[in-house]
Design a protein around this ligand. Sequence first.
Ligand code: 6GU
Length: 240
Amino acid sequence: MNYYVLSLFPEIIENSLNASITGRAIEKEIITLTSVDIRDFSDNKHMKVDDYPYGGGAGLVIKPTCVYDAYLHTISLIKNKKKPRVVYMTPQGSVFNQKKAVDFAKEEDLIILCGHYEGIDERVLETIVTDYVSIGDYVLTGGEIASVIVMDAVSRLVPGVLGNSESAFTDTFSDGLLEYPQYTRPEEFLGMKVPEVLRSGHHGNVEKWRHEQKLIRTRKNRPDLYEKYIMLHPEEELKD
Ligand code: 6GU
């Protein structure tokens, strides 16, 4: 997976992705990150990349010219004959979820465009963007952190990024339910004991207990997901 991220704050992206599991994947060259600074494609001596919005209003709009030149530069770096998808991070996009992460993880190259201020001139977006993606119903100062979230979620689905011990397929959302609670030593903490069944060594009972915990937790925290799950598995509906 090769990410090309066009933004005004490449350091936010590099600092985040170069750490932890994604950092290790970059070192191993399972994923690559190329950050492109849109400011490098400014067409004036003050390195300005934004201007006042036509029609008035608050804030500044990123000029289409520098974004387009940054895009053309990025395309020139990519050997692949196939034109990559261009994901624009925007609260106006459709909301990112695990299904979208799985879909993006199938790509070889992904161009991610991050806006700032009041956004980017619509004409360049119409020309280059294939996917408009938001990470939820709240507003961030820019798309950089949102892009890191998308790349993190996508990267862990790329073969080789997670070790055997960090499975991407048994975790939350792989079956539409939230995960069960986990415990480690000590056996007693602040007077609270680890549930007896987990110490019993009875594999069947552990599996049964964990599945029930998933249902309880999902019903409590995500009634929307619980309803969906029970529609598909009515025999599993919790009694109480
Ligand atoms: Cl992708 N960008 C910004 N600026 N704010 C957001 C977002 C993206 N997703 C949710 N809020």
